[in-house]
Design a protein around this ligand. Structure first.
Ligand code: PLP
Length: 403
């Protein structure tokens, strides 16, 4: 059946899982087999040379991994998909698989921390020129793209201040100069945003986050134009950053509830963002669903929901952040995001720990910023939790005053 014509909630459950499974199983088995055996040497040869479908060796392809690749391919409306051991595996393989010495990349300053490191520390050592523009300054970005480039790399909404980038506008600019457009769609998920429909050529996901959704498996996905995905796949099957069957199974299982989780996380995050915005102890709230967010207009155009991650700063110092965070009950103070359980942490100690205070300020990241990834808990319980932790902060202020 062609699941690309079906709604996303249906495709999430069924895509890649229509084959009859082993002994009539109704869920895809975890095929922990390194190699795949053939009785017929001609058939083996046909599979090995790509003339027939099948699997040879799990560094290249694997049936369980294929189920996951099919799900993302359908959900993003892509021609082809492939997978990697982690999200960074997807990003580094895409960049190193498509670029070569002398090529030029235009991107934004606010990409994921690991991606920034590739742009600033690694690509230049291979004589790949990288220009990073102010995130959200579309005129500057168009001017850089028009100078000529080979790859435009976007991420939206960004981490941790949820800046929004216009995918349609920048894809059009990139295609004028023949550049390939890659979008990291991790924060939005395919439920809220489909970059390929907006003109991008390739979409990347850290499947570790919302797609898996349970903080128990790592993986990376790439989908989009067949020719480009195949080029990256050829590189990945040799460098070996392949996804294993066990995490692929967990991520595919998580994806069956993707639409349910994202709908809930969208609604809860918006409610929490509005609650925090109105709270006297909160300085600023960054969430593209708020009308006051500078990227709200573009977000409304290109997203169908605003996602489960928000960030906010307290009226206070980093010490107040410490007090506040440790008072929260329904939250893991941990890196990562997109899980069923709420996760929070200050970018100062997590994603942007390697930067100096001045560098963080340059990116518009206040020292008292908190990133809050909303889980699927009851939203009233989460708001109650935030309320009591903010109340504790007031108590701290009063104690300090009386001392
Ligand atoms: C986490 C993350 C990555 C990296 O993914 P890993 O699975 O941790 O390697 C890339 N991009 C974004 C936006 C992320 O949040």
């Amino acid at each position: 059946m062609d699941f690309s014509k079906k709604n996303k909630g249906t495709a999430s459950v069924w895509a890649g899982e229509t084959d009859p499974f082993y002994k009539g199983a109704t869920t895809s088995p975890i095929v922990n087999s390194v190699a795949f055996a053939y009785h017929d040497l001609d058939e083996w040869h046909d599979v090995a040379t790509g003339k027939a479908e099948g699997h040879i060796y799990s560094r290249n392809t694997n049936p369980t991994v294929h189920v996951l690749e099919e799900k993302i391919r359908i959900l993003e409306g892509a021609e082809a998909a492939t997978s990697f051991a982690t999200g960074m595996g997807a990003i580094s393989n895409t960049l190193f698989g498509l670029l070569a010495p002398g090529k030029r990349v235009v991107s934004i300053k606010d990409t994921y921390g690991g991606t920034s490191r590739l742009f600033l520390d690694f690509l230049p050592t291979y004589q790949i020129n990288v220009t990073l523009c102010e995130t959200g300054n579309h005129e500057a970005m168009e001017a850089e793209i028009a100078k000529g480039c080979d790859l435009v790399y976007l991420e939206t909404p960004t981490n941790p201040t949820l800046k929004v980038v216009d995918i349609k506008r920048l894809s059009a600019a990139a295609h004028q100069v023949g550049a390939v457009v890659v979008v990291d769609n991790t924060f939005a998920t395919p439920i809220n945003q489909n970059p390929l429909k907006l003109g991008a050529d390739l979409v990347i996901h850290s499947a570790t986050k919302f797609l898996g959704g349970h903080s128990d498996a790592m993986g990376g996905l790439l989908c989009g134009k067949k020719e480009l995905v195949e080029k990256v796949f050829r590189f990945r099957e040799i460098n070996g950053a392949s996804l294993q069957a066990d995490p692929a199974y967990l991520i595919a299982r998580g994806m069956k509830t993707l639409e349910l989780r994202i709908e809930r996380q969208n609604a809860s995050a918006l409610k929490i963002a509005r609650f925090l915005k109105a709270h006297p102890k909160v300085n600023d709230v960054f969430y593209p669903g708020l009308e006051t967010h500078p990227g709200h207009g573009i977000a409304k155009e290109q997203m169908s929901g605003f996602g489960g991650v928000l960030s906010f700063s307290l009226k206070g110092s980093y010490d107040d952040v410490k007090t506040f965070l440790t008072k929260l009950n329904f939250v893991h103070l941990a890196a990562s995001l997109g899980s069923v359980s709420t996760l929070a942490g200050p970018p100062r100690t997590t994603s942007h720990v390697e930067l100096t205070e001045a560098q963080r300020a340059q990116l518009g990241i206040p020292e008292s910023l908190i990133r809050y990834s909303v889980g699927i808990e009851n939203v009233e319980d989460l708001i109650g939790d935030l309320t009591q932790a903010l109340a504790a902060l007031e108590a701290v202020f009063e104690t300090e005053k009386t001392v």
